[in-house]
Design a protein around this ligand. Structure first.
Ligand SMILES: Cc1cc2nc3c(=O)[nH]c(=O)nc-3n(C[C@H](O)[C@H](O)[C@H](O)COP(=O)(O)OP(=O)(O)OC[C@H]3O[C@@H](n4cnc5c(N)ncnc54)[C@H](O)[C@@H]3O)c2cc1C
Ligand SMILES: NC(=O)c1ccc[n+]([C@@H]2O[C@H](COP(=O)([O-])OP(=O)(O)OC[C@H]3O[C@@H](n4cnc5c(N)ncnc54)[C@H](O)[C@@H]3O)[C@@H](O)[C@H]2O)c1
Ligand code: SF4
Ligand code: FES
Length: 807
């Protein structure tokens, strides 16, 4: 005779636990499930995607009614259990049904916290928790225009993004001084706010809502400072509370949630709690990964399989807003016993912070590039000692091999370790899908196991498991769009721009059916570049799409001041120029004057409002130390003074810099010229390096210093200076025409292959055609500092842009 198992709560945690029990002990229980919602079990996480228009209600069903039938589960939907009689081991529901149990799982989840404000009961005030809320928002957006979301946490921002996609105007009201304070530090939060502001969200920070205004329907909110914001819809996303009402009525011990031990047992025998309603060692979790871990332990317990018990979870989160990559895990704040490694790249809008405590990775915050998220999270969970390797963890091993990454790291993982927290998919399950179901791409794995189907944060780790099992050659590459707004690749976008003669980003987004009409921080600057490259004459630079440094023509520093680097061609200056730089530095109280690695002079600590005056006083061209363009051409002294020199490296370098400065390229470009193979100018780690040899020059390409060091490949050997310039121009133009935006030449070369590049340049006719195109593009460039100083309209626009970018 089978024992009777009853589950109260047809949500993600409870049903996942039942799924595990069915796998471990398929014939042990007669199962009955009660759920208040009228639907079969669905993926609550994906409600944000449904609201944003990225998924359909049908896509989010986890188990259809058929599944319950196939597993002989009696399912009561739209039915709320309102009593548990633990002495008679019986539950009773609001439809009059009473069901006996031998074992009872309570998985009643959470309730959204509704601020107890006057007017909170008005029409148009809702939470965002279930399908019903989602449907209300979608219907409201058809009739009304203005939404206020109270709460700038994960849920509030995902709701706000969804409502923007439904063409509502959205204001996010947040009580704290920066967004997502429970997941982010202030730097990442400010970057996030900036990006979301560009996407069209309005923010009201440090605002405490006092009441909802309106007669029957909400017409706005009033704050304690007396100000008001109008709204036809008010969404409260200010946190959740474990749903413990039923347990409370049934003598089950509760604190914040239902108190459970390591085996998810409550104080009453044969009654267990799992999911958001449960409180384990004082913590009630609000994310699915820990709930699935709890469910796995409870399933083993109920299936009679040995388990060490649940030990608590470290959590990671990823904001599901298209075009914004935000990841946070573990302890991300600084304290006395922690130290952090940080990088911030204002050009690409990337911020990474890894917190180290007692020699271990304790937490991380990533913004703009979250590809390291799974790797860092795995390190936090494993607790491995990283003493002495802290920087490698942030920058990658760079070939030293002491920090495991990618396929090596997943190879070391145990089969039961979870790869996809959102869907509770272990490494073993993915390996099984690869071996038994012929899965060979991330998409195949998604279809077979659901791994990567929710927040998508585990995609890199799933790809690593694939590489680990199949080798890199066996993994099918799945086409990825240039950003979350489109599924089109770089080549498809550029082809479309050419074939349909699209000349503005707006046109591209419309015609190519971007999912977000205003784009995101990834696609806006990329489109601006592609359009300028394809249509140098027609396209008008969209300055608002550029990053702050490119808009201000100077590098913003961590204290908000700027750095100014004038052009010093080939690193050669004159006493007159040096005097002028010194006078300017004194006049503007420049706190630091520094010689850069690129052989020029950096004036650091300049106030934004001084920039145009300083440019005028310097009367030198911009050094473009801030742009995706040619930065410097480093030279050695060459044959002019050096006794080893075989060629005039200085003149060659100056000529190259003068010829190619101001050119817009996919990413920054650095060049160098050495006067003999001793290579004092380090030309073989540059994007383009020229090394003089007896009777000619060697041309090197695709090198890189910085975090990922790469030595150049030899492209060609040439005899004359004219040939050097011709090959440089042709190479740069080929890179401009085929590179992905933000892709340095080193990555580009590895992607397209040296042979392809050689083949594209070896025929003199092809080379000259490329040179002709680059010369045309160069003929249209102007020095930005001079242009701004001399044009009133631009000067005014600069002042206002500079003012807004500093906010
Ligand atoms: C919009 C949104 C996006 C989210 N995104 C993410 C994300 O990206 N990543 C992440 O990890 N987490 C995310 N979460 C949180 C995640 O969805 C929850 O942690 C998870 O759903 C909790 O599962 P649960 O089973 O404990 O509770 P629930 O899924 O809430 O299930 C509980 C169920 O029990 C039912 N119930 C309650 N009382 C009774 C009763 N007396 N009788 C019968 N039925 C009852 C409820 O109606 C509900 O259906 C998101 C949540 C929302 C709302
Ligand atoms: N991507 C994800 O992982 C994801 C997405 C959505 C929801 N969730 C989960 O769903 C649950 C609910 O999310 P949430 O964002 O509501 O919870 P939360 O507790 O993480 O955030 C609530 C936010 O509201 C703010 N707040 C509180 N009172 C306020 C007030 N009076 N006015 C303005 N702001 C106020 C808080 O400062 C906080 O930042 C959480 O457990 C969350 O982890 C996760
Ligand atoms: S690279 Fe050769 S020419 Fe240039 S400084 Fe060094 S030794 Fe002299
Ligand atoms: S971790 Fe979110 S989809 Fe895998």
């Amino acid at each position: 005779m089978k024992k009777k198992l009853v589950l109260i709560g047809n949500g993600m945690a409870g049903v996942n636990c039942v799924e595990q029990i069915l796998k471990l002990a398929p014939n042990r229980y007669d199962i009955t499930i009660f759920g208040s919602e009228p639907h079969p079990n669905y993926n609550r996480i994906l409600l944000s995607s449904v609201l944003a228009g990225d998924a359909d209600m049908n896509d989010i069903v986890i188990n259809s009614r058929e599944w319950y039938k196939q597993n002989n589960i009696t399912l009561y939907t739209g039915t709320t259990v309102n009593g548990i009689d633990s002495s008679r081991k019986l539950v009773s529901a609001d439809n009059g049904v009473s069901v006996p149990y031998d074992e009872l799982i309570v998985a009643t989840g959470s309730l959204p916290f509704m601020l107890p404000l006057p007017g909170a009961d008005k029409k148009g005030v809702i939470a965002f928790r279930d399908i019903k809320d989602c449907e209300i928002m979608m219907e409201t957006a058809k009739l009304y225009k203005k939404a206020v979301v109270i709460g700038g946490g994960l849920l509030g921002l995902e709701a706000a993004r969804g409502l923007l996609n439904l063409n509502m105007e959205v204001s996010v009201v947040h009580i704290h001084k920066y967004l997502m304070e429970r997941q982010l530090d202030v730097t990442a939060a400010v970057m996030l706010q900036k990006e979301l502001k560009q996407q069209g969200m309005k923010f009201l920070l440090e605002k405490n809502t006092e009441r909802i205004i309106g007669i029957k329907r909400a017409t706005g909110v009033r704050f304690t400072d007396g100000s008001e914001e109008s709204a036809d819809l008010v969404v409260m996303a200010v946190g959740i509370r474990p749903n413990v009402q039923l347990a409370n009525r049934s003598r089950i011990e509760i604190n914040r949630g239902i108190v459970v031990n390591d085996y998810l047992e409550t104080n009453i025998p044969h009654i267990y709690a799992v999911g958001e309603c449960a409180e384990h060692r004082g913590i009630a979790y609000g994310l699915v990964a820990p709930l699935y871990e709890q469910g796995a332990v409870l399933a083993k317990r109920l299936a009679g399989v040995d388990t060490e018990g649940y030990q608590g979870s470290v959590v990671s989160t990823k904001l599901k807003v298209s075009g914004v990559d935000v990841f946070s895990a573990g302890q991300f704040t600084d304290s006395e016993d922690t130290r952090a490694v940080r990088v911030q790249d204002e050009f690409d809008g990337v911020y990474k912070k890894v917190v180290i405590k007692n020699g271990k990775v304790a937490g991380a915050v990533l913004f703009g590039d979250t590809s390291d998220g799974s790797r860092l999270f795995a390190m936090i969970r494993s607790g491995e000692d990283v003493t002495g390797r802290e920087k490698e963890i942030l920058f990658g091993s760079g070939g030293s091999g002491s920090v495991k990454c990618g396929a090596d790291m997943v190879a070391a993982m145990k089969d039961d370790e979870i790869i996809c927290g959102c869907n509770g998919v272990s490494k073993g399950a993915i390996v099984q899908a690869i071996n038994e179901k012929d899965c060979s791409s991330v998409n195949d794995i998604k279809a077979c196991t659901k791994a990567s189907a929710s927040c998508g944060g585990c995609k890199p780790l799933v790809a690593d498991v694939l590489s680990c099992v199949l080798g890199t050659d066996g993994v099918k590459m799945v086409k990825e769009g240039i950003c979350g707004c489109t599924t089109l690749s770089r080549d498809e976008v550029v082809d479309g721009i050419r074939s349909m003669r699209l000349t503005t980003s707006k046109e591209v987004m419309n015609v190519m059916e971007w999912s977000h009409p205003e784009g995101c921080s990834k696609c806006r600057p990329a489109l601006n570049y592609y359009l300028g490259m394809v249509w140098p004459d027609e396209h008008e630079d969209e300055k608002e799409s550029r990053f702050v440094n490119e808009r201000n023509h100077a590098n913003i520093q961590k204290d908000g001041t700027y750095s100014v680097v004038p052009r010093i061609y080939g690193g050669v200056t004159t006493p007159k120029d040096l005097k002028r730089i010194a006078e300017v530095a004194e006049k503007y109280d420049v706190p630091l004057v520094k010689i850069t690695g690129g052989q020029r002079i950096d004036l650091l600590g300049v106030r934004k409002q001084d920039l145009p005056h300083m440019w005028a006083d310097l009367d030198m061209p911009s050094g473009y130390a801030y742009g995706k363009t040619l930065r410097t051409v480093k030279t050695c002294v060459g044959s002019t003074f050096c006794r080893f020199g075989t060629q005039d490296a200085i003149s060659m370098g100056i000529e190259m810099e003068k010829r190619f400065e101001r050119l817009s390229t996919p990413a920054k470009v650095k060049m160098a010229v050495s006067g003999c193979p001793r290579n004092c100018a380090e030309a073989t780690i540059k994007d383009f390096g020229v090394v003089a040899i007896d009777g000619g020059w060697e041309l090197y390409v695709g090198g890189n210093g910085g975090t990922k060091v790469r030595a150049c490949d030899l492209l060609s050997k040439v005899k004359t200076e004219e040939e050097v310039l011709e090959w440089t121009g042709a190479y740069l133009q080929y890179y401009r025409e085929t590179g992905k935006y933000n892709e340095r030449t080193a990555e580009w070369l590895e992607r397209v292959g040296l042979d392809t590049i050689k083949a594209a340049l070896e025929n003199p006719e092809d080379r000259l055609a490329l040179v002709e195109r680059i010369e045309h593009a160069l003929s249209l460039t102007k020095d930005p500092w001079k242009e701004i100083i001399e044009t009133d309209k631009l000067r005014t626009a600069f002042d206002s842009l500079a003012a807004s970018s500093a906010q």
